[in-house]
Ligand binder design. Structure first.
Ligand SMILES: Nc1nc2c(c(=O)[nH]1)N[C@H]1C(S)=C(S)[C@@H](COP(=O)(O)OP(=O)(O)OC[C@H]3O[C@@H](n4cnc5c(N)ncnc54)[C@H](O)[C@@H]3O)O[C@H]1N2
Ligand code: MOO
Length: 418
């Protein structure tokens, strides 16, 4: 039996690229990231570092107390005479402590010269101007040393990292004012199909609203990307080729949906060729999302997602985002679904790795999450996604899934982030 973390390559249907191979191909089509720019601190959230950010100063910047209590000059002694009071942010240079001296001190206040430890106020008896400790202190107790978190010149954040709240905290604490990051990846977003109507237009017979562009625009609405809305292209190979050639000249990536399959009106492959581009990948052992194409047009990486919305979502999450992340300067991490237990049964998926909307429904007696598959399959269905917490992952080659079998699970919060 396959387990959640097994390679997905082993049992791919002949004629289809195995999922891991497809991901590697998508990465290889974006061999080098976009250029760099220097930004002020306020503009850094969500941007990708292009070199390590170096600390200009030690953190913390001075020795200080980790507790509310008393700083003492001689940690081995029990009785100390209290002279002075030190608060965090307090002005003026603190008086030095001599052996036998203590100073009232609060968390964050600079340690006075001569102080070697701090005792918590709960551990002392106050007797007039003296304090008496219940036990001797270790040298350095409750003291945070200058530079113990970060030394000046240390790398605060390595290269190739999307700056999030953790990074902004350390950059702010260290006084970093500017950093060099990748410029935004310019992503052209296009839907194809004569049946598509712009969201907001009244429906007409035989027409449907474009769901893929709003979905993909929402996924790509991240600081590392600048999305260019290319609208809806008709099922006209010459018009599509012109559009691709023009967009391929000004974008770093093109994300399209529809026209990837084998029908007479599926013109993407021909249009890519007519626009002077090439395809490095077509048809992947992925369910849904088999007819995904990846290639290049002009200077852009092209990701052609299938038209069915759920197939487009899965194609983006599993393959398209790999190419975009490479352009953005990020390392592509191996696909690592969480381990879950099937609370469903089914035949297959056969030769394609399946991703199915699933809800987490408690845990089994060993504490593993139970994944309950939603809907009856179908790459055109959106409703099952609404109650889903993520996607159940069933590797290619499984003949059946029984209740209690191990399956993978990709939570949406991780999977939809780029
Ligand atoms: N003879 C075969 N037919 C199909 C195959 C096949 O192997 N042989 N594969 C099927 C699979 S799997 C998929 S997925 C689709 C992929 O089709 P295309 O990428 O060519 O997409 P379209 O034909 O243009 O559209 C498919 C479906 O999705 C609707 N659609 C398209 N764009 C949007 C959009 N932006 N928003 C909402 N819905 C959209 C479109 O109206 C169609 O219903 O091909 C199968 N066929
Ligand atoms: O595999 Mo298709 O991508 O929707 O069913």
């Amino acid at each position: 039996m396959s387990r959640a973390g097994d390679a997905f390559d082993l049992c791919a249907e002949p004629g289809l690229a195995a999922l891991e191979t497809a991901r590697a191909t998508a990465a290889a089509l974006a061999p080098s990231p976009v250029g760099v720019e220097e930004l002020p601190f306020a503009a850094l959230r969500g941007r990708v570092t292009s070199s390590a950010v170096i600390s200009p100063a030690p953190l913390p910047p001075f020795d200080h107390s980790a507790m509310d209590g008393y700083a003492v000059a001689d940690p081995g002694r029990l009785r100390h005479r209290v002279r002075g009071r030190l608060t965090a942010g307090g002005r003026g240079a603190p008086e030095p402590l001599a052996p036998g001296d203590a100073a009232r001190i609060f968390t964050g206040a600079p340690l006075p010269p001569g102080a070697r430890a701090v005792v918590m106020q709960e551990r002392v008896l106050r007797e007039g101007d003296d304090i008496v400790l219940t036990a001797a202190l270790e040298d350095g107790a409750n003291v945070r040393r200058r530079g113990e978190d970060v030394a000046a010149g240390d790398a605060l954040v390595p290269e190739g990292v999307t700056l999030d709240a953790r990074h902004l905290a350390i950059l702010a604490a260290s006084g970093v004012e500017r950093a060099v990051v990748r410029r935004k990846v310019v992503v052209g977003l296009l839907s194809t199909g004569d049946e598509l109507l712009e969201h907001g237009r009244p429906l007409a017979p035989g027409r449907i609203h474009d769901a893929n562009r709003p979905m993909l625009a929402a996924i790509l609405d991240r600081p590392a990307y600048e999305v260019v809305d290319l609208g809806i292209a008709p099922d006209d190979p010459a018009a599509l080729a012109r559009l691709l050639a023009e967009a391929g000249a000004r974008c770093d990536a093109l994300v399209t949906s529809g026209a990837t399959s084998v029908g007479d009106e599926d013109h993407l492959a021909a249009a890519v060729a007519a626009a002077g581009g090439s395809l490095g990948l077509a048809k992947v052992a992925l369910k849904p999302g088999k007819p995904i194409v990846v290639g290049r047009v002009g200077r852009a990486v092209l990701v052609g997602l299938p038209g069915n919305p759920f197939a487009a979502l899965v194609g983006h999450m599993l393959i398209g985002r790999v190419a975009l992340e490479r352009l953005a300067g990020l390392d592509v991490k191996p696909l690592a679904p969480l381990t879950a237990v099937a609370a469903f049964e089914q035949r297959g998926p056969g030769g394609r790795t399946e991703f199915a909307p699933a809800r987490l429904a408690g845990r089994n007696p060993s504490g593993l999450p139970l994944a309950e598959k939603l809907g009856r399959g179908g790459s055109a269905r959106l409703a099952p996604l609404i109650a889903a917490d993520g996607l159940a992952v069933i590797p290619a080659g499984r003949e059946e899934v029984r209740r209690g079998d191990i399956v993978g699970f990709l939570p949406f919060e991780a999977a939809l982030e780029v």
